[in-house]
Write a protein that binds this ligand. Sequence first.
Ligand SMILES: *Cc1c(COP(=O)(O)O)cnc(C)c1O
Length: 374
Amino acid sequence: MEVKFFTPTREYTERKDEFNKAIQSVLDSGNFIMGREVADFEEAIKKYTGAKYAVSVASGTDALVIASEILGFKTGKEVITSPFTFLSSTSCIARSGAKPVFVDIDKDTFNIDADKIEEKINPKTAGILPIHLFCQMSDMNKITDLASKNNLRVLEDAAEAFGMKWKGKNGVVYRHSGTIGDMGIFSFFPTKTLGGYGDGGMIVTNDAKLAEMAKMLKVHGASKKYHYDYLGYNSRLDTIQAAVLLVKLKHIDEAIEKREKVSDWYKERLKDLNYIKIPKIKGEQRPVYYVFNILAQNRDELAAYLKQNHVGTSIYYPIPLHLQKCFNYLGYKKGDFPVAEKVAGEVLALPIYPEITEDEVDFVCTTIKNFYKK
Ligand SMILES: *Cc1c(COP(=O)(O)O)cnc(C)c1O
C-alpha cells in the first residue's frame, strides 16, 4: 500500500463536475482579475467566519506583510511572536522594519507560551503575532488581555487555522480564528484546510479603517483607479482561485468533520505507546486537524522507515526560526528556546486529509508500530 502525505486529486476527482463548471464559468466570463467570484468569496468568508471585513490577496504571506504594515510594525518597534512556525509569520515583521522578539512555545500545544509574553513587553513593543498552528489556537484570552493592558496590536496568523474557534472570555460564544485580534489572515495554499488550486490569501478584521487600508494596499495603494495615496502592492486573489475556493467552502464543514474522524482513528491506534506522544488541546476551543503530529523517539529513523514503506510524512518545522541564517542578525543562539528546539527534533506529521481511508490510517499506524518492534 502507498499512503501519500497529501493529495489534492482525490477531492478533485470526487467533485470534478463542480470544479470544472466553476472554472469554466470564469473562462467564459473572461474576468480573470477581480471578477465576480472574488467578491462572492469575500462575502462567503465574512459569513463563515463572522468577520465584518474580508479582503482577499494573492497569498497568506502577502496578507501577513500587508497587515503588519497597516498595524504599524515598523522600524524602532518590536513584535512578540513564536520561533516555531513557518517563515512568513516572522519575515512579515522583519520586512516591515520591526524587530521580531521570540518567546518559547508550550510543550503540549506547540503554540506560543502565553505566560512568557509579558516579560518581553517594553515601550518599543507594538504588537503580538500569535500563530494558530497545526490543530489548535493560541491562548487568545491571555493574549488579548496583555494587548489591551499594554495597548498592543494583535495580528493572528490563522494561515493554518481555517475553521478553528475560540471560546470568548465571557464563555458564551465561539469566535472564529483570525477575528479576535485587530487583524487575522488565512492562507489558501493547496495543502491548507481551505486550499485552492494555487496561491491565495485573505485578511479579516472587524475594523473599517484597517479594512480600507488593506483594500488600498493590495492594489498599489490606490484609493480609486490611478489615484495612489500610499505605496502599495500588487496582490490580488485570482478569479479562478476564488471560483475553486467557493466550491471548497461549500463543503468545508464536511471536510473538517472528516479530518476530525481521521484524527480519532490515529488517536485510537497510537494511544498508550510509550515511544510516541500526541499533542494536547488546551483551552476551550474547537480544534481543526489541519496537521496530525506526533512526537516520536528516533524521529528521523522512523521517517526514513515510513518512506521505505511508502508512507509520506513531513516535518513542520525542522529548524526553529531563531536558528535560521536569515535571522542571524537578531543574535539568538542554540538553547535560547529549548522547547521549540526539542519539538523540532521530535515532531512528525502523518498523512491527514478528508479523503484518506481508515485502511490507510491503519497501514500508517501498523508501520509505525513495526518500526519500534524492530
Ligand atoms: C502556509 C502558512 C503561511 C503562508 O501562507 P502562503 O499562502 O503559503 O503564503 C503563513 N503562516 C503559516 C503558519 C503557514 O502555515
